[in-house]
Design a protein around this ligand. Structure first.
Ligand code: GDP
Length: 365
């Protein structure tokens, strides 16, 4: 699972990405500073592992992780090859979702590529490039499909008709994620690798001052939130600069600094959690004396396939899953106590895994 970070130059992408990797990408006050898409891996924060660690007296704690790709270089005209446009667009095609960083801070020292701070104009500039790029890819696919339609292929006809609808939608400057489709249609759309069908999270980058004074909903942010709501996308508010600073601190110093700003958690954690949710992901947990660990699955995954995340052998030889819900386990205080209360469940092949299931899989070898 990976997430691409996009946005106009000078909005704070590299700063945020630095916070993610704690090193690496150049942060410079001019466009095109980072050329290769950089990859940063972060663990998904999960307080439940801390609790289980104590309960099971474990030394090892393994978080699940997500990857962020820093996709710099998107500018106006990118779809026509401006900047290093097309190369970046092909990188975005490969990610599962998008974090779109939007400048919501005033700072005379930081030049804006279009001369003023205007988050909606910025968002639309980027979104339009992504729409153009999708149109180009779509049209090529339609040409190929047309040949099959002419030969009387019924499936091709269904696909072509849908692509015509998508094309009209894109031509009205709307991203594919706002098109109403059935489940079958959605399955086909996934095979097109369209950028604008991917889920988007708008990351509003605000100033340290606004953050410090608790002004998380400045006028820029309000506009972005409204825009995002209209297209059913998510938003997160953060200050990239503070995140960069926080990322270099030890845990206790970090806590102190967050308190100073009156914050519960880092913006990065909020971003990671929101991305996880956006992608429809949940975690199940395994716990024992050796290690406690979180595993990522897509909502709706059944027990055997979830087991397959640990090892394909467990999926193949799946017998049953022994499960205690995380909350039940914590309330009872131990596995043994949960068993006594009858909260230890045996589930079969058709069981749909729930977030926070603490699991022990039984399988034939
Ligand atoms: P990118 O081109 O989108 O990767 O932008 P950068 O991360 O390189 O940031 C461009 C400039 O904006 C740098 O000088 C950053 O220090 C500055 N910047 C980034 N985030 C913030 C912020 O939250 N507040 C302020 N004041 N400046 C920021």
């Amino acid at each position: 699972m990976n997430i691409g970070i996009v946005g106009l130059p000078n909005v704070g992408k590299s700063t945020l990405f630095n916070a993610i990797t704690k090193a690496g990408a150049e942060s410079a006050n001019y466009p095109f500073c980072t050329i290769e898409p950089n990859v940063g891996v972060v663990s998904v924060p999960d307080e439940r592992l801390d609790v289980l660690e104590k309960m099971y007296n474990t030394k090892k704690k393994v978080y699940t992780a997500i990857e962020f790709y820093d996709i710099a270089g998107l500018v106006k005209g990118a779809s026509k090859g401006e900047g290093l446009g097309n190369k970046f667009l092909s990188h975005i095609r490969e990610v599962s979702s998008i974090v779109h960083v939007v400048r919501c801070f005033n700072d005379p020292n930081v030049v804006h590529v279009d001369g003023s701070v205007d988050p909606i104009r910025d968002i639309e500039t980027i979104n339009l490039e992504l729409i153009f790029s999708d149109l180009e890819v779509l049209e090529r696919r339609m040409e190929k499909t047309m040949k099959l339609v002419r030969s009387g292929d019924k499936k091709a006809k269904f696909e072509y008709d849908l692509m015509e609808r998508i094309k009209a939608h894109l031509e009205a400057n709307k991203p594919i994620r706002t098109l109403d489709v059935t489940e079958d249609e959605d399955e086909f759309i996934k095979t097109l690798f369209m950028i604008t069908s991917k889920p988007v999270l708008y990351a509003c980058n605000i100033s340290e001052d606004d953050l410090m004074s608790g002004n998380l909903e400045n006028d820029f942010v309000k506009k972005v939130k409204q825009y995002a709501a209209e297209e059913h996308s998510g938003t997160v508010v953060m200050c990239a600069r503070l995140e960069e600073e926080l990322s270099t601190l030890e845990d206790d110093e970090k806590k102190e600094m967050l308190e100073e700003y009156g914050l519960q958690e880092t913006g990065l954690n909020k971003l990671i959690k929101a991305s996880y949710e956006l992608l429809g992901l949940i975690s199940y947990l395994t716990a024992g004396v050796q290690e406690v660990r979180a595993w990522t699955i897509i909502k709706g995954t059944k027990a055997p396939q979830a087991a397959g995340k640990i090892h394909t052998d467990i999926e193949r030889g799946f017998i049953r899953a022994e499960i205690i819900g995380y909350d039940d386990l914590v309330q009872c205080g131990s596995e043994a106590a949960a068993k006594e209360k009858g909260l230890y469940r045996l589930e079969g092949k058709e069981y749909v895994m729930q977030d926070g299931d603490v699991v022990n899989f039984r399988f034939n070898v």
